[in-house]
Structures are given as structure tokens and as C-alpha cells.
Design a protein around this ligand. Structure first.
Ligand SMILES: Nc1ncnc2c1ncn2[C@@H]1O[C@H](COP(=O)(O)OP(=O)(O)OP(=O)(O)O)[C@@H](O)[C@H]1O
Length: 554
């Protein structure tokens, strides 16, 4: 069989962009996008994306150029996920909640040639450009006007070269989109959330995005033509690849500018939403809001991005949501591990189901291998649910590397063939993984490693607690002790004291894991993607000094 080799017919580069051509044929007359009073069909989304790609090419955008976008979940943001790479360029979606200084740094770092700006992010973009060093060329600016304000104001700030719609209008609908010469060509540049350090520029290729998109659809069992509500920002790792995924299955994308529980519940009812995604903070808001109402029809919700406390999972499921739980990093494009659900687990009571579902799980189908290794020996940890190690992965959706940062790239993409995630976890006897912490968040008390996630999951079961985060506080004797920062639910008739919270934990946790300090806060500091900023809390805890002078262990 040696003479049988790869040939042009069987080795064309994998890319998710072809999903849109197919959607225009199969689902041409079906609704692709709904946003307020605007709606499109799949043939319109296809045509508009080609027109935009053609305009980008005529503007001088070439293969490999970076084109950025600063926009929430609006139709233009969806179209750009196809149009930009169809012009050969690399899409860089920027988080709209970042400050001007960070946006400026990212635009400079990526050498972005053109920036699409949502109408509400104009001042952020203009300030970011004003902070550019004099020797750097800022990107061209294109304004995305909202369908709501179209026609109201026809003038635009002179610093914008044109509007998004004018680019669409003048483009050629028959444009032949630029296929990648190699499937290893970059397609997106995504900056990490900056939870543990400054954001790093993750570059993914067409092949990685193709596999991750198909993988995520299979893993979540997404059927044809779902009604998908965009509660997860598309700028967060391209909405875990469901931007391209919705074209693959001909779904209807319900776009929404911002997360608000009342609006979300009303859109679910109005459009018959079947699927949505969100970080655990979204589940917490949905199940803790005054607008919370049990659903008429079940809605599939996929959560990832941070550890979901079992208490939040069971509260969300009791409303009629069917929660799936996955794990991934910007560096993996989307989800790479998921809590693959077994039918026999359905017979367990809600709390037990939630406990099982809070585990991150097993590798998804296209991930070659996932393991947890001992940091010293590099060997797999025991499957005993208690031996800690670092989660490592290998597979097609691992990033090409960090832009202009070979040191950081080689630190996590190591010579031994693994991608080191920086997450610490255990493997249970049934082979399911569970994250215990990020390596930087592990608390070491009296020489013992203590999982802040485990303490938090107990705090979340307290009826008065809204959100909780546990970090290390220095201690003269133990080295570190757990310090809990909590926000309380609104409208409590009686607020618990610090001692009561500690006693609540003492009844449910080994003594060394019980927080020695409890701090009440109105709100916990978060990253722009909704993750609790533990390093900020750690600084506060550090500033409080030692938690004890020589005391005996509780
Ligand atoms: N299901 C999950 N359970 C627990 N943690 C999760 C889960 N999914 C993702 N995470 C956490 O999110 C991290 C990936 O987040 P992301 O790529 O958005 O940026 P970040 O790591 O928060 O930012 P930075 O690398 O800049 O600090 C993972 O490494 C992990 O710690």
C-alpha cells in the first residue's frame, strides 16, 4: 500500500469557513440571526460575509494581516468570524470590557491593520488609539452602527474611515473567498482573560478551529437547527467555537448586547431558545435573580471557564435547565474535557448528580490524550481522587503558540509533547478528572495542599452566600491559612456573622480547610470575562498580615 499517498483530492486544508457555504445551500431560507428588529437568513449571512471579505481585500487587507473587532454579541460580530478569515486575514476579537490602555497595548502588540468598533465602544477605541506610541501605525477604524440608531444620526466621527454597512454594500457577493494554503495558517488571535497575569496572544490555525468546532458540537450533542442564545461573549475564545458551529448545524443565533437575567428569560420565552452557554457566574445570576422562573421547556446550558460549585449546578437544574459541564482554555480554542454524562447517573438525587457534574470529566473525542502528572516525576498521578498533579493535554486544538513570546510558548508547550495547563487536579477511580485549583491558587497550610475550590463549593451551599472566593492569607505558624471573601444575597432578613460562616464550614470540612478569616464584600472583583480576580483578593489578604500568632490547629 506504500504507493497510496496523500493527494490534492484528499488533503485540502481543514477550515471551518466552508460551513457557511454549506449552510447557504442547506438552510438558505432559514433564519441565521435575530437581533432586536433585525433578522437574516443563512443565504443573507453568506452573501454579506462574502461582500465584507471582498471589501477587506480591496482595502488592502492581505493574508496574515490582523483585523480586530471591539464589539459585543451583535450580528456584525458573528459575520466577522467568517468575513475576516475569508479575506485571508486573522481575526482578533477584543474584550469590550477592557480599559483603553490594555486595548491600546493589544492593538500595538498584534500590529492590527483595521479595527471594527461597535457604536458603544467608540470612545474606548478612540482613547486606545490616542495612547499609541508615536512610532506605531494605528489600525484603520470602521464604525459598526447599531440597527437601532441607523438613520438617526448620519454623521460619524472623522477618525473612522467608513461604516461597517458601507463595506458590506460595496463588496462583491460573488467574491471567491481566500482558502488557507495550509491548514496550519493562523485564523484567530485571542488574548487570554488575564486572570493570573497580563493577557497573552494565543494563535490558532484553521485546522485547530475546525476540529474543535466539530468536536464541541458532537460532545454537547447539538442537533440540527438549534435556537442558540448568545449569552457567552463571542470575544471569549470565539464563543468556545460555537460561532462557526452554528453555521455547521444551521442554528438560529439570537444576539444580545449584554447579560441581564430579565432580558435572558424573556428571550428564552420569545424565541423558544434550546441552547446557550455561560460561565458559572452566569448560572449563578440566572438562578439567583428576582426574575428567576422555572422554564416552560428545558434549555440546554453548557458551562465552563471556572469551576461550577455543585450548589449552583443543582439550583440551575431545578429551574429546568439541563447543564453540561466542560473545561478548556483560550490555548485550546474551546472545550477539551467534559463531564461525559452516563445515563445511569440520572437516577441519583439532584445533589448527587450535581456533585458528579461539578467534575470536569474526560477528554473530548478529538483530543488525543489528557492526563494529570506529578510535577516532580512527570508521571501520571494515581486514580485515587486525592493525588494532586497538573493537567496536561495533547491534540489538534492546542494553540500554535503565543504571539511574539517564544519563552512563554516553550514553558507550556514542552519538549515532552504535552501542553501544560497550569491547572491542578485529581483523577477519580472512574477516570474522571476534577480540578482542585489553578497552581497559583493552591493554599499551602502547615505543608498540606489545600484546594480553594473545595472550600468555595461548601461556602456556596450556605443559604445567605451569593458568591465566594478563598485565597491564602500569610500565617506565622501555618505558612498560609484559607481566607474567604464572600458577598451575601440581596434582601436577607438577617446577615450571618464571620463566626457563623466559619462554624458552618467546620461542620462540613476537615478543620485545616476551614477559613480562619471571613471578609464580607458587596461585590467580588472580577475579570472582564466574569472570573473572580483572586490575585487582587490575595493582595488584600496579604495586607491583613498574619492570620494568627502561634495557635494550635483547630
Ligand atoms: N470547567 C472548569 N472548571 C474549572 N476551571 C475552569 C473550567 N474551565 C476553565 N477553567 C479555568 O479557566 C482557565 C482558562 O481561562 P482563560 O483561557 O479564559 O484565561 P485565564 O487563564 O483566565 O487568563 P490568564 O491565562 O491570562 O490568567 C483554565 O486554565 C482553568 O483554570
Amino acid at each position: 500500500m506504500e504507493e497510496l499517498k496523500s493527494r490534492p483530492a484528499n488533503s485540502s486544508p481543514l477550515t471551518p469557513l466552508g460551513f457557511l457555504d454549506r449552510a447557504a445551500t442547506v438552510y438558505g431560507d432559514c433564519t441565521s440571526i435575530i437581533y432586536n428588529n433585525t433578522s437574516y437568513t443563512w443565504s443573507e449571512t453568506h452573501r454579506r460575509s462574502l461582500q465584507l471579505a471582498s471589501s477587506l481585500s480591496s482595502t488592502g487587507i492581505k493574508t496574515g494581516h490582523v483585523v480586530s473587532v471591539l464589539a459585543p454579541n451583535i450580528p456584525a460580530m458573528y459575520e466577522l468570524h467568517f468575513a475576516v478569515p475569508m479575506s485571508g486575514a486573522v481575526l482578533n476579537s477584543i474584550n469590550t470590557r477592557l480599559d483603553a490602555r490594555t486595548v491600546s497595548i493589544l492593538l500595538c502588540h498584534s500590529e492590527s491593520k483595521l479595527l471594527f468598533v461597535d457604536t458603544l465602544s467608540q470612545s474606548l477605541a478612540l482613547e486606545a488609539i490616542s495612547l499609541f506610541p508615536p512610532n506605531e501605525n494605528p489600525p484603520l477604524l470602521v464604525l459598526i452602527k447599531d440597527d437601532e440608531d441607523d438613520g438617526v444620526s448620519s454623521t460619524i466621527d472623522s477618525r473612522f474611515c467608513c461604516t461597517y454597512e458601507s463595506l458590506v454594500e460595496k463588496g462583491n457577493p460573488g467574491f471567491k473567498w481566500i482558502r488557507p494554503e495550509s491548514e496550519w495558517n493562523p485564523i484567530v488571535l485571542n488574548y487570554t482573560s488575564g486572570t493570573t497575569s497580563s493577557p497573552k496572544g494565543v494563535v490558532h490555525c484553521h485546522r485547530a478551529v475546525f476540529t474543535n468546532t466539530v468536536d464541541s458540537l458532537i460532545d454537547w450533542e447539538v442537533p440540527k437547527q438549534p435556537v442558540y442564545l448568545w449569552t457567552l461573549p463571542m470575544f471569549h475564545a470565539n464563543g468556545w467555537s460555537f460561532t462557526w458551529g452554528m453555521a455547521a448545524v444551521g442554528g438560529t443565533n439570537i444576539c444580545v448586547r449584554k447579560f441581564d437575567a430579565r432580558i435572558i428569560y424573556s428571550l428564552i420565552r420569545k424565541h423558544g431558545v434550546t441552547h446557550m452557554c455561560g460561565a458559572p457566574v452566569v448560572l449563578n445570576m440566572l438562578s439567583n435573580s428576582p426574575d428567576t422562573k422555572p422554564l416552560k421547556n428545558p434549555v440546554q446550558i453548557l458551562t465552563a471557564g471556572a469551576p461550577p460549585p455543585a450548589a449552583v449546578l443543582s439550583r440551575t437544574e431545578s429551574l429546568g435547565f439541563i447543564v453540561s459541564h466542560g473545561y478548556g482554555l483560550t490555548e485550546t480554542g474551546g472545550l477539551v474535557v467534559s463531564c461525559a454524562w452516563k445515563r445511569e447517573w440520572n437516577k441519583f438525587p439532584l445533589a448527587e448528580r450535581a456533585r458528579l457534574k461539578a467534575r470536569q470529566g474526560v477528554r473530548t473525542l478529538t483530543v488525543t490524550e489528557a492526563d494529570i502528572v506529578d510535577p516532580e516525576s512527570g508521571l501520571s498521578v494515581k486514580r485515587d481522587g486525592s493525588s494532586l498533579g497538573e493537567i496536561v493535554l495533547r491534540g489538534p486544538c492546542i494553540m500554535l503558540g503565543y504571539l511574539k513570546d517564544p519563552n512563554a510558548t516553550s514553558k507550556c508547550l514542552k519538549e515532552d509533547g504535552w501542553f501544560y495547563t497550569g491547572d491542578v487536579g485529581v483523577i477519580h477511580p472512574d477516570g474522571y478528572m476534577e480540578i482542585k485549583d489553578r497552581s497559583k491558587d493552591v493554599i499551602i497550610s502547615g505543608g498540606e495542599n489545600l484546594s480553594s475550590v473545595e472550600v468555595e463549593s461548601i461556602l456556596y451551599t450556605h443559604p445567605a452566600i451569593n458568591e465566594a472566593a478563598v485565597v491564602a492569607r500569610p500565617d506565622e505558624y501555618w505558612g498560609e491559612t484559607p481566607c474567604a471573601f464572600v458577598s451575601l444575597k440581596a434582601e436577607l432578613t438577617r446577615k450571618p456573622s464571620e463566626i457563623e460562616i466559619m462554624e458552618y464550614c467546620r461542620a462540613k470540612l476537615p478543620h485545616y480547610m476551614v477559613p480562619k478569616t471571613v471578609v464580607f464584600k458587596d461585590e467580588l472583583p472580577k475579570t472582564s470575562t466574569g472570573k473572580i480576580l483572586k490575585f487582587v483578593l490575595r493582595e488584600i489578604a496579604k495586607g491583613m498580615g498574619s492570620s494568627s500568632t502561634r495557635v494550635s490547629r483547630m
